[in-house]
Design a protein around this ligand. Structure first.
Ligand code: UD1
Length: 424
């Protein structure tokens, strides 16, 4: 099993480039099922989740060809009847659910395993089902599978808000189903995340008619067919944000190339409030933090609020801030697996319902820790970079799901990190 060994206490300095966004690429790959012609994607990161989605689409008859330099060509056969997304693949990656809408829209049938459990808490799919039913699909959950069928989907009106706000992959799923439906679809309380916007732009390039992209109300005029297109996936705001937070936590000076200001503004604002200088310079964001960070209250919210996918990383930075911070999680109330592991490094954090109270301590100390999920792992890396001494982070496969060439990028910023293979 791979582990990351980090010797902390060095300021990160220099420039690093954000890869293409995994969470944009995954639903866009699923959109290939909808098209009569090939989809050429550029900037697709080489990550475990992307390979898993490739395998899933392969099972559904889509040819997935990876070329050099992050280009991927996907082509769906026009008359394929394959419609089963098996548990063996779905249990490892939640985004697999994004094939449900396209399968129903294009092939009229789908058997998609419910995605596996996840360390960040409950992840229901009721909003996906509600939206697809509003488009006329018949859906049942049987033996762990969502079994759906329909004739041509028809436009419908729906409210997609749940107890924790909008759903990112839910919106993606319904949007992909609605573009080939007969008539007009209105999706209210749609997710506005940049990854959903990127998907909508690809669908437009393929011939879909979508109004309100980036707003919580999407209006779709269904079309009879979609063609192929070429598209470059947006840079990964969560990866970029992780490097910015790492820069702040190590009192460094880090420039992230490809980081999009508008996509990261909530984080920029938070980093400024903790005392870092954050500037925008032609397609890059630069952070420099010379002094100990100040404490702050952070609450995660749907976009454009502070992203839940950066909550753990920000908490890691706050463990050594001056004063008491409160981090409140409003998207996934149980997403605090990192708290105990940060505690092993000397962090003083008390969890209370959906919040964590962080008492800033002068410094963390390196320790053996275990990654529990993707973003919690990134938080442990940040803590390790800032800590005194050596930290060994095991269960690295979580990180490999979402961060391309992480060690290489960190080393370029002056970090002392290496990957080792350990037993266990
Ligand atoms: C996506 C991201 C994930 C991110 C999350 C929130 C991908 C592949 N993953 O996950 O990294 O953390 O958005 O920004 O893009 N919910 C329901 N019913 C549903 C669906 C969701 O109640 O049918 C709830 C969830 O439990 C959660 C909230 O809505 O509390 C938001 O979840 P959602 O936006 O759907 O997350 P994902 O799309 O799974």
């Amino acid at each position: 099993m791979d582990a990351l060994v980090v010797t902390g206490g060095r300021r990160l300095t220099g420039e690093v480039k954000a890869s293409g966004a995994k969470n944009a690429a995954l639903p866009i790959m699923a959109a290939s099922i909808l098209a009569d012609e090939p989809l050429v994607l550029k900037g697709v990161p080489d990550l475990a989740d992307i390979r898993t989605m490739g395998r899933l689409l392969g099972k559904l008859g889509v040819s997935v060809e990876r070329k050099r330099g992050g280009t991927m060509v996907l082509a769906s056969p026009s008359r394929s009847k394959r419609n089963r997304a098996p548990y063996e693949i779905m249990r490892t990656m939640r985004a697999g659910i994004c094939v449900l809408g396209p399968l129903l829209a294009r092939r009229g049938k789908a058997e998609v395993s419910l995605p596996g459990g996840c360390a960040i808490g409950d992840r229901p799919v009721d909003l996906h089902l509600k939206g697809l039913r509003a488009l006329g699909a018949r859906l049942e959950v049987e033996h762990g599978y969502i079994v759906g069928s329909c004739r041509r989907l028809r436009g419908g009106e729906m409210y997609l808000g749940g107890p924790f706000g909008s759903s990112v992959t839910g919106t993606a799923n319904i949007l992909m189903a609605s573009v080939l439906a007969d008539g007009t679809t209105v999706i209210d309380c749609a997710a506005c995340e940049p990854e959903v916007q990127d998907l909508a732009r690809v669908l437009e390039k393929m011939g879909a008619r979508i109004a309100g992209i980036g707003s919580p109300r999407l209006v779709v005029e269904g079309v009879d067919r979609l063609g192929g297109c070429e598209h470059t996936v947006i840079p990964d705001r969560i990866e970029a944000g992780t490097f910015l937070v790492a820069g702040a936590a190590t009192h460094g000076d880090v420039t992230v190339d490809g980081a999009r200001w508008d996509d990261l503004f909530a984080l920029v604002n938070t980093l400024r409030e903790v005392g870092a200088d954050v500037e925008r310079q032609d397609g890059t964001i630069r952070i420099s933090a010379r002094h100990r960070l100040r404490s702050i209250d952070v609450t995660t919210l749907p976009f454009p609020g502070f992203p839940t996918d950066l909550q753990a990383q920000m908490m890691a930075a706050l463990t050594t801030a001056d004063g008491i911070s409160v981090v409140t999680e409003k998207i996934f109330p149980d997403r605090f697996m990192h708290v105990a592991e940060l505690g092993r490094m000397g962090a003083r954090i008390r969890k209370q319902a959906n919040a964590a109270v962080v008492h800033g301590t002068e410094h963390l100390s390196g320790a053996p820790v275990m990654a529990s999920d993707l973003r919690a792992s990134a938080a442990l890396v940040i803590a390790a970079l800032a800590a005194r001494g050596t930290t060994t982070i095991s269960r690295l496969y979580h990180l490999d799901r979402g961060y391309e060439h992480l060690e290489k990028k960190l080393r370029r910023l002056g970090a002392k990190v290496r990957r080792v293979n350990i037993k266990g």
